[in-house]
Design a protein around this ligand. Structure first.
Ligand code: TRP
Length: 464
């Protein structure tokens, strides 16, 4: 196979970092992180998650970007090309396939939650947040997700937004958008965190986030009866992959547009830091409000949508802040969704010769269709008859993609770069001045990350 030469590159390393940050920061940080933290008991879970980011996520992020830039192709062709270059089996392209599948799954539930943010922009503007209490806010959210018509409408609307950008090509426009919007989102979260410090139960919220009770973390109780569960470990690791956009080729594709002289290591560190900071800030803004308003920590996917509107409904200029916040969250979700669909689209255009527009229509169309099931999970299909393992279709897709497929993809990336490929590949691409940094990364990616992932998997199925 020949290497494509006419790849369009990011204009600068800065542009790449911004796009990658735009991919990383999204609903995962502001919506998913607080709600799974609430479901898993707080501080101990957060510590696990941070450990997963540092020991598994960051090394794999570096590896994924490295493979992408080396091959400069879509994930399927990239793995095939690299396997050939390294003289190993071309079966490695399975990694690309798996990523494509995971991408459709993720997009098909991501879009539904992103749709809720659009609905909430409108709620904010029309003044629905004014004077909300824990109860009325819960009812507002309940009404939204309870209506499949509305869910479908916003899901469709969001998919069209994504289609609009990906059909025109990712690199035009995305860069400029991210430069302005990400700092704004950060600023808004800061405002909310400060508000939470005054109006919320700040100490209790922070105590919940930073007080690690490991014993409680691994206990699953129903009534009086408690048993050991390794589930939180799997969820923490899965989320580390999800929030860094890892394990399905998204960062590989973005890396494939990265200019040669840019430092991958520094970029990856900046991306991981920014992503983690935003997630923690979202938690700091949300948990004090949860306690102050007597809301349920384990409220699940609705946590953010029930909590923050109460704050907007009682703060000065809350109508404006509320509208701005949900618009920014929508944009964050948008830039992320673009990166979820990019691997598949890159593959269809690069390998299958489809035009950019047809490929985008196909990918978004399939994800939209599968996504209808995610919409129905909150209303028509919310009953037990439609559940599997006690999970709705929405939850199942999230579970399968985030907790299984992404870590599996990450495992393959780590094994490929750490064991299958020659050391020279990463040495050349990373071009690190400091041999100790390279050594540390290589140790993490060869031993710590793969073993960590395997142990968590074994743990989750109860073997270890
Ligand atoms: N990281 C994004 C978030 O936190 C979601 C996302 C974008 C993603 N691209 C991805 C997740 C690729 C997995 C794989 O919202």
């Amino acid at each position: 196979m020949t290497k494509q030469t006419q790849q369009v590159l990011w204009s600068t390393r800065f542009a790449f970092i911004l796009a990658a940050i735009g991919s990383a920061i999204g609903l995962g940080n502001v919506w998913k992180f607080p709600y799974i933290t609430g479901e898993n008991g707080g501080g101990a879970f957060i510590l696990l998650y941070l450990a997963c980011i540092a020991l598994i996520g960051l090394p794999v992020l570096v590896a994924e970007i490295t493979l992408g830039r080396r091959a400069r192709q879509n994930p399927v062709s990239a793995m095939q090309f690299l396997a050939q270059e390294e003289g190993v089996t071309s079966g490695w392209r399975l990694l690309g396939w798996m990523g494509t599948f995971a991408g459709v799954l993720i997009l098909s539930f991501y879009s539904v939650v992103a749709g809720w943010t659009i609905a909430y922009v409108i709620e904010a503007v029309s003044g629905s947040f004014t004077g909300l209490t824990g109860e009325t806010s819960g009812a507002l959210f309940g009404d939204l997700i309870g209506s499949w018509e509305e869910g479908l409408l916003w899901h469709t609307f969001f998919m069209l937004l994504v289609l609009f950008v990906v059909a025109r090509g990712v690199r035009h426009g995305l860069e400029r958008l991210v430069v302005i919007l990400m700092p704004l989102l950060f600023g808004m979260l800061l405002v909310l965190a400060v508000y939470a410090a005054f109006a919320g139960d700040f100490l209790k919220g922070l105590g919940y986030m930073f007080n690690a009770d490991f014993q409680a973390l691994f206990q699953k109780c129903e009534g009086e009866a408690c048993e050991f569960t390794a589930e939180p470990l799997l969820v923490a690791m899965g989320h580390a992959f999800f929030t860094l956009s890892l394990g399905m080729g998204a960062m590989m594709v973005y890396g494939s547009y990265l200019p040669k002289q840019a430092s991958i290591m520094n970029s990856a560190i900046v991306i991981a830091l920014a992503d983690t900071l935003v997630a923690l800030l979202a938690g700091i803004a949300i948990f004090p409000l949860v306690f102050a308003n007597g809301l349920q920590l384990g409220a699940g996917p609705g946590l953010v949508f029930v909590t923050l509107p109460i704050a907007f409904g009682s703060m000065p200029a809350g109508l404006l802040f509320g509208a701005i916040f949900f618009v920014l969250l929508l944009f964050a979700a948008w830039t992320s969704a673009i990166s979820i669909s990019e691997p598949m689209i890159a593959w269809l255009t690069g390998k299958r010769g489809l035009s950019r527009v047809s490929a985008s229509l196909l990918v978004i169309g399939v994800a939209w269709f599968v996504g209808i099931g995610s919409v129905l999970s909150f209303n028509l299909w919310s009953g037990e008859t439609y559940q599997l393992f006690g999970k709705t279709f929405f939850d199942l897709k999230d579970y399968l993609a985030s907790n299984i497929l992404l870590p599996l993809g990450g495992l393959m990336i780590a094994i490929f770069i750490g064991w299958a490929a020659h050391r020279r590949l990463s040495e050349e691409e990373l071009a690190l001045q400091n041999p100790a940094v390279f050594g540390l990364w290589r140790w993490l990616v060869r031993y710590v990350a793969p073993l960590g992932i395997i142990l968590v998997f074994l743990n989750a199925i109860g073997i270890f």
